[in-house]
Design a protein around this ligand. Structure first.
Ligand SMILES: Nc1ncnc2c1ncn2[C@@H]1O[C@H](COP(=O)(O)OP(=O)(O)O)[C@@H](O)[C@H]1O
Ligand SMILES: [Mg+2]
Length: 217
């Protein structure tokens, strides 16, 4: 979104939608925990999954307008990656995730919510590109004063026709895509004095690479 007024409207709507969404989730929790009927629990799970999709879209808009929900702090990269791996083992068990890293305490200074959004968008794209089954290899390493985090998927790779368009806001090859994910990754990485790229891997699939300045503790 290039237009300042549009950005402000998007931010306002996103914040307004967030409140009822939080309330719906909260009440869903209460209903679910007091409901002993086994057959309804798949309905709760379905509602929760759809609520998460709405929430992700709203968060994308919020990040696109440069607002973070938390304060800057030391952010431990490997911990967050491990949490994503645990979540994926439950939510998309047919994706086999491996994580390798140089040092468990690698950290950056910035917005944890922003870093989570970058990783979440990369993983969502990877999962979609491999139709929710395949391999995701995550590597985190230090190169001089930068942390380099790469996510290699076993998905479709990039079609030649789309290669130079994928970073355009609202460009998508998906029927229900927003085309915002990669723009957001690039924006948040930039706001942390880092960088974000997506390249094709020689053996098919894509590699998303996030580079962020390291903080020594
Ligand atoms: N890991 C990936 N493998 C293959 N194509 C990808 C991958 N990540 C992104 N893309 C391509 O880039 C486009 C833009 O991605 P994104 O900005 O996240 O928007 P969306 O996911 O809503 O389409 C996708 O529609 C897809 O064509
Ligand atoms: Mg996406």
């Amino acid at each position: 979104m290039e237009n300042q007024a549009l950005e402000e409207i998007a931010a306002a709507i996103a914040h307004e939608v967030k409140n009822p969404l939080t309330l719906v989730s909260f009440n869903l929790d209460i209903l679910e925990s007091s409901d002993e009927r086994l057959e309804t629990h798949k309905n709760y799970a379905m509602i929760r999954k759809e609520l998460k999709k709405i929430n992700d879209i709203i968060m994308d808009f919020i990040y696109l307008t440069g607002n973070y929900s938390d304060e800057k702090d030391t952010v431990y990269i490997v911990n967050i990656l491990n949490e994503f791996k645990e979540d994926l083992a439950v939510s998309i068990p047919d994706i086999n995730v491996s994580i390798t890293y140089d040092c468990k305490n690698m950290a950056i200074y910035g917005y944890e919510s922003g870093i989570r959004t970058i990783f979440g968008n990369i993983i969502k794209n990877a999962a979609e590109a491999m139709n929710f089954a395949g391999e995701l290899q995550i590597k985190a390493g230090k190169i001089e004063n930068r942390i380099n985090i790469s996510f290699k998927d076993s998905g479709t790779g990039l079609d030649e026709k789309v290669r130079d368009k994928i970073f355009k806001e609202q460009f998508t090859t998906k029927p229900m895509g927003s085309g915002l994910g990669l723009s957001i990754c690039k924006k948040i990485a930039g706001e942390h004095n880092g960088d974000f790229t997506l390249v094709e891997s020689p053996d098919g699939g894509c590699v998303a690479i996030v580079e962020l300045p390291v903080v020594n503790d």
